[in-house]
Ligand binder design. Structure first.
Ligand SMILES: NC(=O)c1ccc[n+]([C@@H]2O[C@H](COP(=O)([O-])OP(=O)(O)OC[C@H]3O[C@@H](n4cnc5c(N)ncnc54)[C@H](OP(=O)(O)O)[C@@H]3O)[C@@H](O)[C@H]2O)c1
Length: 247
């Protein structure tokens, strides 16, 4: 099995890369900063290749996906690359919106498009595309992070569109919709400590849940259920109560 993970140099993507390597897969890890894997023993294994690529660059993504798929093809692509901004960051620097759109929306499309082409070219009826979205994308109104939320809503929609388009070719599409996962990036966004985030899940548990959903070829996997229930209930509140929500 050949697995490619774009956004595999840290966090959830790195956890998934280790998981598939431990399962005996050949793993291609991709990110802008491959040197982040320098201390990772698994990354030196002959079954692992590491690639520098910015997912926002469509031509570069097409090149690296074709390189990874050359020979035996590509069975599974996971896109974990993601960028976050919020109102405070936008107030400081208006250009912080651009990476969110170029990575979370445009980049996902670049990766899915290139991987679908490679899977079809290799006649892989069992190909599988996976994106890591967010429960933020299910929320109508996401305090301070509405652009991130909208980008993840777009990611969920992109998965739906690709699922319909690729079903006739036997290529599955799974969208993973997690709540808070205790990664270094989440801690960094929260002053070094994410422990007060609601229903926080460990990176290891998130990886297990994601791998199980991928193995079942689920269309959509939302976790944890408590956060999903909260987001669903919040969407049902009348507007004046939503406005009263703590900013
Ligand atoms: N942690 C959470 O609570 C949480 C909750 C819901 C959803 N998510 C989503 O889960 C995904 C992973 O989150 P995480 O917490 O694991 O974050 P992370 O550690 O920051 O991982 C993001 C990965 O994406 C890569 N990346 C970022 N921009 C890229 C670009 N332009 N091109 C290629 N790779 C790029 C980064 O590597 P390089 O620096 O090497 O490029 C890194 O490997 C994200 O999509 C995030 O939105 C996270």
């Amino acid at each position: 099995m050949k697995v490619m993970i774009i956004g595999g140099t840290s966090g959830i993507g790195l956890g998934l890369a280790r998981h598939y390597w431990q399962q005996g897969a050949r793993v291609a890890v991709c990110g802008r900063h491959p040197a982040r894997l320098d201390g990772e023993a698994f990354a030196r294994d002959s079954r692992v290749s590491v690639h520098a690529c910015d997912i926002a660059d469509r031509a570069a993504v097409a090149r690296v996906v074709a390189e990874v798929a050359s020979g035996a093809g590509l069975d599974l692509l996971i896109v974990s690359a993601g960028q976050y901004t919020d109102a405070a960051a936008i107030a400081r620097d208006r250009s912080s919106t651009l990476p969110v759109l170029r990575v979370n929306v445009g980049g996902l499309d670049h990766a899915f498009s290139a991987a679908a082409d490679a899977m079809m070219a290799h006649g892989q009826g069992q190909g599988h595309l996976v994106a890591i979205a967010s429960i933020a994308g299910l929320q109508d109104d996401y305090p301070n992070g509405s652009l991130y939320s909208a980008s993840k809503r777009a990611a969920i929609a992109i998965c739906g569109a690709y699922r319909k388009a690729l079903a006739p070719f036997g290529i599955a599409v799974t969208v993973i919709v997690p709540g808070y996962v205790d990664t270094a990036r989440l801690r960094e966004l929260n002053g070094g400590d994410a422990s007060r985030k609601l229903f926080l899940m460990s990176e290891q548990e998130a990886v297990q849940r994601i791998a199980a959903a991928i193995a079942r070829r689920d269309e959509r996997c939302v976790f944890p259920w408590q956060m999903h229930a909260l987001a669903t209930a919040f969407n049902l509140l009348p507007a004046f109560l939503k406005r009263a929500r703590k900013k």
